[in-house]
Design a protein around this ligand. Structure first.
Ligand SMILES: *[C@@H]1O[C@H](CO)[C@@H](O)[C@H](O)[C@H]1NC(C)=O
Ligand SMILES: *[C@@H]1O[C@H](CO)[C@@H](O)[C@H](O)[C@H]1NC(C)=O
Ligand SMILES: *[C@@H]1O[C@H](CO)[C@@H](O)[C@H](O)[C@H]1NC(C)=O
Length: 527
């Protein structure tokens, strides 16, 4: 009894505490989470040389957050303003037409997008340098730009203008491989072309945080580990992806009707820039028809975008020998195939009836497929898509095809196993959560840009004391101090001296022994 009473007594102060805590929370005062924005410079230029939705959309999603926080953002990019309706708060200035495959000599019925063709893209970048630099310059002067946010693909002009105007610059890319700048920067001929133009125009090359010894910048990468292979990053390179919009357009009534009327829909799209040959298109269409006939899927939606209805053979011969006319299919007379020029991709992938995606494997499409947990059959066309296909396979949510040898049976088998494999389902669920939680980091991207602007107001010399907080001490010290090489060198000298000393002593000892033969030797000589 006594024990119980004392226990109860012990409880009294605890109960009182609870009551206290409860009343106290009502009087708590906010920490004050927001930063004071009154003295932060406000004008930001976002710039992309290639332009087009795939490059510009993630940039605009970050820009939107900044506009909501009171900044003035202007986008300068190649392309016809195709995103200006979706992002009305951001003024858009065109650098000229979107850079497409046709600009580097790739027509629909051309052969492969070879490395050769890709290097034409680099040449195009070099040739456009002066024109683009001048546009950036005049826009920057007109709008009093305080910070440059530069898409890193072929966009040296953006980094150089920031340098010339002594303004901070943030780099942006979707691929970590830019950290190993080979794909775009290693071509000495093109670098020389750009350097020659720079010399003529008397422009100093700006710096961006790529590789060693470059100090004055920050690079944001639209990717996340899990999709990207994990690696350590220096503090001035931060992964902030996958960037996705807060809202997406709804399905059109026809598309909605079609997808709601099918339970296992395959969605096909190759981005807004890519297309392939008539032979390849026809083989793909044939495999989709056969996939429906074999009940692997029950519906197909194909967003043709850059492919026209003329880029298909008029008749197809199916594996079982039947002949099929393509034109009625392309005109949506097939009950289970829906052809459209454009589809709201995220919304289609997000629909519960969409079970599989056939994609070119662009960064944005890869992020959307992971975010919506849709397994994907990747048909990479060029650029980073080959690497993305590999990453999606490593993540356990994909198989891949090659444009160089499309085989109907191979396509059907891969589709079937992606749809049936339990491991693929589990990996898709796992990646979905990872993509979702990381998709909040676009707000951090905006925070980091704000900080760049804020800290730039305190800085005199961009090349020396800007962003010390993100530049590892070793990049300022030089290789020798950073790696303690001086200490190792002294140690090495000491050790070598000791060894040398011992060796010299030993040699002397041997000489001494040889010149004064021992008593044993004398004995043996006598015998
Ligand atoms: C792009 O859209 C803006 C309005 O946001 C308009 O002022 C501008 O003229 C357009 N430019 C082109 C090239 O269409
Ligand atoms: C398919 O496309 C690739 C790349 O464009 C090309 O190399 C290949 O020859 C095409 N195959 C056919 C059968 O057209
Ligand atoms: C995506 O799916 C989720 C869950 O079903 C839903 O809440 C959301 O509104 C969908 N969004 C779009 C754009 O379809």
């Amino acid at each position: 009894m006594i024990k119980r009473k004392s226990l109860l007594l012990l409880l009294v102060p605890f109960l009182l505490l609870c009551v206290n805590a409860n009343t106290a929370t009502q009087n708590y005062i906010s920490r004050g989470v927001d930063i004071d924005r009154s003295n932060i410079p406000k004008n930001i230029m976002f710039a992309s040389f290639p332009g087009g939705r795939s490059h510009v959309k993630p940039m605009l999603d970050i820009a939107t957050i900044l506009v909501e926080r009171g900044y003035n953002v202007i986008l300068v990019a190649s392309g016809e303003n195709d995103t200006s309706i979706e992002y009305p708060a951001i003024k858009q200035i065109s650098l000229g037409p979107k850079i497409g495959l046709r600009d580097i000599g790739i027509e629909v019925n051309n052969e492969a997008i070879t490395f050769d063709k890709m290097s034409k893209l680099l040449e195009l970048g070099a040739k456009s340098y002066e024109r683009v630099y001048e546009i950036y310059k005049s826009v920057a002067e007109e709008y009093n730009t305080d910070l440059f946010f530069c898409d890193l693909l072929l966009n040296d002009a953006c980094i150089d203008i920031a340098h010339a105007l002594k303004k901070p610059v943030v780099g942006f890319t979707s691929g970590l491989r830019i950290m190993d700048p080979k794909p775009y920067k290693s071509d000495p001929i093109i670098m020389n072309q750009i350097n020659d133009v720079r010399k003529q125009l008397n422009i100093e090359p700006g710096n961006i945080a790529l590789g060693r010894g470059v100090k004055s910048s920050l690079v944001l990468i639209d990717t996340f580990f899990g999709f990207e292979l994990p690696q350590t990053l220096p503090p001035y390179v931060q992964d902030i992806g996958p960037i996705l919009s807060e809202e997406y357009p709804p399905l059109s009534p026809e598309l909605s009707y079609f997808i709601n009327g099918h339970e296992r829909v395959l969605y096909v799209a190759f981005g807004t820039r890519f297309f392939t040959t008539t032979d390849n298109n026809s083989k793909l269409l044939q495999s989709f028809i056969e996939a429906i006939n074999k009940k692997i899927v029950d519906g197909v939606v194909w967003a043709l975008v850059e492919t026209s209805k003329d880029n298909f053979h008029p008749t197809l011969k199916l594996s079982d020998g039947t002949q099929v006319q393509t034109s009625p299919i392309l005109n949506n007379e097939h009950p289970h195939i829906h052809i459209t020029k454009f589809a709201p991709q995220f919304t289609v992938l997000n629909h519960t009836n969409t079970k599989l995606f056939v994609s070119h494997g662009g960064a944005g499409s890869s992020h959307e497929t992971l975010y919506t947990g849709t397994p994907v059959l990747v048909l990479p066309h060029a650029g980073d898509q080959i690497g993305n296909a590999q990453k999606l396979i490593t993540a356990g949510v994909a198989s891949s095809l090659s444009l160089n040898n499309l085989d109907i049976n191979d396509i059907l088998n891969k589709m079937d196993s992606l749809l049936k494999d339990e491991k693929v389902k589990k990996n898709s669920e796992r990646m979905k959560v990872l993509a979702k939680i990381n998709s909040k980091r676009k707000f951090r991207a905006a925070d980091l840009i704000e900080y760049m602007l804020h800290s730039s107001t305190f800085v005199e010399d961009f090349n020396n004391d800007f962003l010390k907080e993100w530049f590892p001490a070793d990049t300022r010290m030089g290789i020798i101090r950073a790696n303690n090489l001086d200490i190792f060198a002294i140690l090495l000298i000491i050790i070598l001296s000791i060894i040398g000393f011992i060796v010299v002593k030993l040699i002397k000892l041997f000489r001494f022994l040889l010149m004064n033969p021992s008593s044993d030797d004398r004995k043996s000589k006598r015998e």
